[in-house]
Design a protein around this ligand. Sequence first.
Ligand SMILES: Cc1cc2nc3c(=O)[nH]c(=O)nc-3n(C[C@H](O)[C@H](O)[C@H](O)COP(=O)(O)OP(=O)(O)OC[C@H]3O[C@@H](n4cnc5c(N)ncnc54)[C@H](O)[C@@H]3O)c2cc1C
Ligand code: SF4
Length: 273
Amino acid sequence: MELLRPSSLDEVDGGLPIHGGTEVVPLLRDGILTTDRLVDIRGVIPRGVDGRVIGAGTTLAELERDLHVPAALREACRLAASPQLRNMSSVGGNLLQSTRCWYWRLNYPCRLHGGDRCHAREGEHREHAIFANDFCASAHPSDVAAALLALNARVRTARRELPLAELYRLPDDADRAVTTLEPGELILELEVPQPQASTYLKAMDRNRFTFALVGVAAARSGEETRLALSAVAPIPWLLGSPDDLDRATPLPGTAYKVDLARPLIRRALDAVA
Ligand SMILES: Cc1cc2nc3c(=O)[nH]c(=O)nc-3n(C[C@H](O)[C@H](O)[C@H](O)COP(=O)(O)OP(=O)(O)OC[C@H]3O[C@@H](n4cnc5c(N)ncnc54)[C@H](O)[C@@H]3O)c2cc1C
Ligand code: SF4
């Protein structure tokens, strides 16, 4: 395998992008990702916070410390992973992390891997989805994506600009991808509006270094409050209103997530009121 270190976007021509490598390296090691060409994109992806604009190469550790960053995003970063991982992890890479579903990580031939079964629906699925879980029941693990969705962030790639919500899609028979990025399309920057108040709350099995069972982000701008959830659907999930929780379709093992989400949503709304 060759490793390229381009210093300008013009030099990037195919290959598998790697930034902090906290996701790419384990997936390469386990044979879930394969490539002949690894492209270290740290030299070409903007890094740092400039007003509303956040470089996709900014680490979670940098974001959690920056008081110009809205509280929901700072909190989501602070509650993610461990300090060591947050020092390595870029926000762009975080948005594109893969599911933690163990069937997928153990390379079962499940639907997300192109097969015709969701092993989790019939098997172990305590950490899985309560919305949109018909085809694939995985739960999107990114705290950061839920915070950015509530904040109504926009994404700038090397080819286009789009609302964060449009970065994600539900997988189906025709296309198993959970993002709308085209092959080779790099995320360069995020534009994050400054709300009047925002927060991120996370229910976990233990207080540190673990993925969300449910994460709730709320952001209020004037009369409008946006609510977004992590770990409840195969993609970060925007709730139109708290009542949308009544339309959840939990699996037998994930019904508890509805009960977890309800008080978290109430607390998040109180916090931004
Ligand atoms: C043990 C562990 C615990 C974790 N806990 C949490 C948690 O609690 N909450 C949470 O939200 N996350 C958690 N994470 C996920 C972690 O935050 C991500 O792995 C990290 O943010 C990915 O960033 P990276 O720079 O290391 O990405 P990489 O591993 O370098 O890349 C990840 C993916 O993004 C692609 N990529 C990277 N940058 C770009 C770009 N700019 N444009 C296009 N494609 C790009 C890569 O090709 C790859 O597909 C955890 C991870 C681990 C390993
Ligand atoms: S939840 Fe999704 S990733 Fe997990 S086994 Fe089912 S199809 Fe595969």
